[in-house]
Design a protein around this ligand. Structure first.
Ligand code: ATR
Length: 275
């Protein structure tokens, strides 16, 4: 029987994930369906779903932990789930955001992350997903800044590396000096605006990464370029890589991400130039 997968989020109408998973299925000859389900109430939507697996996105990644009968190591460490697989005992939760970001940065972009002084903006589901993977990739000090400081502190506590991980306030940013890597893991530009970021955070060696893509990535990446950073990268590559890892967990097959990424990038470029 055709296997069925879904993405739960709110909103999800503009998500590229159904297109990405359809492309992976075509490429690998796997018969699977993947639809986006707009879910204001995550628990109710998941309970009504009898498919084989699901992705979970904003704002439900932390909530999804409670729906799981078991958690993989990456989900347990992050405290957030973005991939659910149906098992005999119930949902098994994993997190593929971290591996997605690291594969994009070190694989596609050939960046060396070791010892990089890193600033993580945000402490929600996306930030929690990528923080453990950044530490595992060998970054140097990690500063976490979040609008709600308690969430930054909770993430730092969960990471359990007090010598490498510190929290700061947005108001402290001007005093922190330059970073090698700045990751925007907030959803601020999806409905409002980012808090003001001092240009002094960026130097000629700085790589800026926005986990958002499309319109939502424009403001942060424009700031990083204006501040003189070396690279400004949106979240499209991370999106494709995290999807590939979810696909591998569900189907046991690793799709080739390069053609899928290239097509999405070309489509996005044509959308931007058509504006
Ligand atoms: P996601 O899964 O995308 O991380 P989330 O768990 O809802 O979604 O987290 C959203 C993140 O963006 C949080 O870090 C949030 O800050 P708070 O913890 O203070 O809510 C951050 N964020 C959202 N809107 C913001 C804004 N206007 N300014 C600054 N940070 C914002």
């Amino acid at each position: 029987m055709r296997k069925r997968y879904a993405l739960f989020g709110h909103p999800v109408a503009h998500s590229l994930s159904p297109w990405i998973h359809a492309a992976f299925a075509r490429q690998t000859g796997i018969d699977a369906d993947y639809v986006a389900i707009d879910a204001p109430d995550f628990a109710a939507a998941l309970a009504a779903f009898d498919g084989d697996g699901a992705n979970v996105t904003l704002p439900h990644k932390q909530r999804a932990v409670a729906a799981c009968a078991s958690l993989g190591e990456r989900a347990r460490r992050a405290g957030v789930v973005n991939t659910l697989s149906r098992r005999a005992g119930g949902w098994h939760g994993d997190n593929t955001d971290g591996v997605g970001l690291i594969r994009d940065l070190t694989g596609r972009l050939r960046l060396d992350l070791r010892k990089r002084r890193t600033l993580l903006l945000g402490a929600g589901g996306a930030a929690r997903g990528v923080a453990p993977a950044l530490l595992d990739a060998g970054i140097g000090d990690l500063f976490i800044v979040n609008r709600t400081p308690e969430r930054a502190d909770a993430l730092a506590d969960a990471l359990g590396e007090p010598t490498r991980v510190r929290t700061r306030y947005f108001g402290d940013l001007a005093t922190l000096g330059e970073f090698d890597l700045i990751v925007n893991a907030t959803s601020a530009t999806r409905g409002g605006a980012l808090p003001e970021l001092p240009m002094a955070l960026v130097g000629p060696r700085t790589t800026a990464v926005d986990l958002n893509y499309g319109e939502a990535a424009v403001e942060f990446l424009a700031w990083a370029r204006a501040a003189g950073g070396r690279e400004a990268i949106d979240g499209l590559g991370t999106l494709v890589e995290q999807a590939a890892e979810s696909f591998r967990l569900w189907h046991g097959v690793q799709p080739d991400t390069d053609p899928v990424y290239a097509e999405l990038r070309a489509r996005q470029a044509s959308l931007v130039s058509a504006d």
